[in-house]
Design a protein. Structure first.
Length: 407
């Protein structure tokens, strides 16, 4: 989820369309997520471990507590992701192709290279290779949390670049989950879902502005998508894409009074960032080291995930930016140096929420899931520390009198 740094005052009643206005809250949620992840690890390796794991496997109706968290609560997370993607593509920082080129290409490189590195470590194992997408995701809350610790040392343009990259990264992750991590499908339920989607589109096309009809159909859609075999959280993204966004005549941006999308995003943002994502992190980051030997730290799955996050993200993101800038197709973000850009590329290797989510989809074996979690934790820690150190040591590029203002 993306947020924006403080921006210049705007006229009353208008919402900024870029990622600037939310950055302060996002960095706070990132720091909270760091604390929750640490608490989960400590709990999983304490005398409370049996109660911790036991509680997650308690069944409430047809699903365990962990499945309710991962399938139902995370649907709200994906709903916010979808709302942000639609807002930024139609009415925000990614609304023009010139603004999409640099973060879009960097996001693509930052997903492809980590996947290739993971495959290089695991191509001999047909089961392990199924986790190729795990290191491809960037956790925006964690990444912006690291940048928040550096304050004004990091120019706002780089924070916006990172947030825009993460939006496209999330879109790529949604597509990957839908295409590669879908189980056997129930065609009848899938057909019912298609009918509901048609109803949502009809609401949008006929100009319905009240949110209740969309949310009611969205609940039905979640049930049908869950029953279809497609991961239920994708219902959140589909619902988001049907929520209307409308600009006020004579203004370049939508306003909260006229845009259902902005109203819903505003209502859900803090509960998702400060409640749902931390709950997911606490429920899934806990890994017991009691049965993990030193040899497990150098197993292909663990190494592939860690190397994909640290090396793959850095090479993919920074390498793409380097190529685009040197060929004149794009400019560095305004007032940012190459050193700072390299540091942010490393920070992109912090993969947590989405990486954990994909890892749970890729593997059902608890031992494999633990290897993935260890790889995510090690890789994210190394990437975060290296990125923080480089950003702290590098100086901001001096402003120039000519050139593109950047993102």
């Amino acid at each position: 989820m993306t947020e924006r740094p403080a921006s210049p005052p705007v006229s009353k009643g208008r919402i900024p369309s870029t990622v600037r206005a939310f950055l302060d809250n996002e960095t706070s949620s990132g720091l909270l997520l760091m604390g929750v992840a640490l608490l989960a690890i400590l709990t999983a390796n304490s005398p409370l471990a049996e109660a911790y794991f036991g509680a997650l496997h308690i069944y409430i109706g047809p699903l365990s507590l962990q499945h309710w968290i991962n399938d139902l609560l995370m649907a709200a997370f994906f709903l916010v992701v979808g709302l942000e993607i639609k807002r930024e593509l139609l009415d925000g920082q990614l609304s023009t192709w010139s603004r999409r080129i640099l973060p879009g290409a960097a996001a693509a490189g930052g997903m492809a290279v980590p996947a290739l590195i993971y495959i290089a470590f695991n191509y001999r194992d047909p089961v392990a290779v199924h986790g190729w997408a795990v290191p491809s995701a960037t956790d925006i809350a964690f990444a912006l949390g690291v940048l928040s610790l550096l304050g004004p040392r990091v120019p706002a343009s780089l924070k916006i670049f990172l947030a825009a990259l993460a939006i496209i990264d999330d879109l790529g992750a949604v597509v990957i989950i839908a295409v590669f991590y879908t189980s056997d499908m129930n065609l009848m339920a899938l057909g019912g879902a298609a009918v509901v989607i048609g109803g949502l589109v009809a609401l949008n096309r006929t100009g319905v502005q009240r949110l209740l009809p969309y949310l009611a159909l969205g609940a039905v859609l979640w049930v049908l998508v869950f029953a279809s075999g497609v991961h239920a959280t994708l219902a959140g993204v589909i619902l988001a894409l049907t929520i209307p966004i409308r600009r006020t005549p004579g203004t370049p941006e939508a306003t909260p009074d006229t845009s259902p999308l902005h109203r819903l995003e505003h209502a859900l943002h803090k509960p998702v960032a400060f409640v749902i994502v931390p709950i997911f992190g606490f429920a899934n980051a806990g890994v017991s080291f009691a049965h993990i030997s030193l040899a497990a730290l150098v197993e292909p799955v663990t190494l592939g995930v860690a190397a994909g996050l640290v090396l793959g993200k850095c090479i993919g993101v920074f390498g793409t930016v380097l190529i685009l800038v040197k060929t004149g197709l794009a400019d560095l973000p305004a007032r940012a140096s190459w050193g700072q850009t390299f540091g942010v590329s490393l920070v992109c290797g912090i993969g947590f929420t989405m990486s954990l989510f994909i890892g749970l989809l890729a593997f059902s074996d608890p031992d494999m899931q633990d290897r993935v979690k260890v790889g995510i934790l090690i890789g994210s820690l190394i990437a975060g520390l290296l990125g923080y150190t480089i950003l702290r040591l590098t100086n901001r590029r001096q402003p120039v009198s000519v050139g593109h203002p950047g993102i």
